[in-house]
Write a protein of this length. Structure first.
Length: 386
């Protein structure tokens, strides 16, 4: 009797993600009966690394914030040689963001697996039609966005009765794409400098524009307004959120009531987006790197019908998007459009900035409430990374 080769995969996946990984493993073991995949589930990223240091692994689940760290520490291999030498996969089939976001120093840390998301705006089709406001397209501008938000806002005597033109969670990572699309950044490209970026004229104008959405135009609810279910609350004409709602949080009623569009263009700006993902990398210490690559390909680009049905995220290749029926699909089109225009945000560039997120978000709320000025706040942020 032939002994199976054992591959060890450590993941922090749960829910739909875990179900997808389990489905892929089952299909892979049918295709490769000579391989046994041992799935180890950890509670979080720290647990993944603790399990790895204790017993090793052939595939490691890594969040986007750890891509550069695990490469620099020499924990994972560069996947580019595998990709370039693969007889089936073609680099130009991948959407741009799928390879540039997990790449650091010219090396590829992971292949993103199912949990891929980009920002977009969901708009209430009925409300737009009733107000005779044209449905937005991927060519719309910030002025058109603001005009729609103002026209679709209705203020009631009681705040709970107000209907707002726009909803966005006041978090720096939600707001940062607006800055980047205007040509600004919070940090330098290498993430080492904040002065001259976070406190630039572009940053000042962008955050003043954001504050004005709340205070001057009153098209967005003030911080602290509690909404149990944003999409079913019937209070927001446009909702800024991520493409997780296209798949994992998909509700048939959602696609009936809402359209999806990309972020509005800023005059003289750049058509770029941010991206969030998790992926799997092959540790340097793996004894079965080639087999691990075969499993990783199946995780990232499922071939079995069962695995494809469980694939809820944004596809990372055009071939997969076509096989899943998502090309030319209005519900998925804006996300695929964004995947060709990905740039890295400050969260991925500097850990100190990332660890300051809670304080930055408190500052954002204070600016929106009028308790702090934009200029003084951005000047303090510029000192976080200096």
């Amino acid at each position: 009797m032939t002994t199976s080769t054992e591959l060890r995969l450590i993941t922090e996946a749960n829910g739909y993600d875990l179900k997808y990984v389990q489905t892929v493993i089952q299909s892979f073991e049918v295709f490769r009966p000579d391989v046994k995949v041992v799935l180890v589930q950890a509670e979080d990223s720290y647990g993944v690394m603790e399990q790895f240091h204790h017993e090793g692994a052939d595939l490691l689940h890594i969040r986007e914030g750890g891509y550069s760290t695990q490469l620099r520490k020499g924990v994972v291999q560069d996947l580019l040689p595998y990709l370039r030498n693969d007889p089936v996969l073609k680099m130009d089939d991948f959407y741009q963001g799928a390879l540039t976001q997990p790449m650091w120093g010219g090396q590829l840390a992971v292949l993103p697996v199912v949990d891929v998301a980009v920002p977009q705006i969901f708009y209430n089709k009925k409300w737009f039609a009733e107000a005779n406001v044209p449905f937005p397209t991927n060519e719309w501008t910030e002025d058109q966005f603001l005009d729609a938000a103002v026209r679709l806002t209705r203020h009631g005597e009681n705040g709970d009765e107000s209907r707002y033109g726009f909803y966005i969670y006041p978090d720096v990572e939600f707001l940062e794409p607006f800055l980047m699309r205007r040509g600004g950044r919070h940090l330098s490209d290498d993430g080492s400098v904040g002065r001259g970026y976070t406190d630039s004229e572009i940053a000042h104008a962008t955050y003043q524009w954001i504050v004005d959405l709340y205070r001057k135009h009153r098209v967005a609810p003030p911080p602290g307004v509690q909404v149990d279910n944003i999409f079913h609350s019937k209070r927001f004409a446009m909702i800024y959120d991520f493409s997780w709602h296209n798949g994992i949080a998909y509700d048939p009623e959602l696609s009936e009531a809402y359209g999806v569009v990309g972020l509005p263009h800023a005059q003289g700006g750049r058509d770029i987006y941010t991206m969030y993902s998790t992926g799997y990398g092959i540790p340097v210490t793996s004894k079965y790197s080639e087999l691990a690559w075969e499993l990783l390909k199946e995780l990232a680009l499922p071939s079995s019908e069962e695995a494809r049905r469980a694939y809820w995220g944004v596809p990372i290749t055009r071939t997969l998007a076509k096989e899943l029926g998502r090309i030319d699909n209005p519900w998925w089109g804006p996300a695929l459009y964004a995947m060709e225009r990905i740039d890295k945000n400050a969260y991925l560039s500097n850990q100190v900035w990332n660890l300051s997120r809670q304080q930055i978000n408190r500052d954002i709320e204070r600016m929106i409430k009028g308790e702090a000025g934009v200029e003084e706040t951005l000047s303090r942020w510029a000192e976080i990374v200096s």
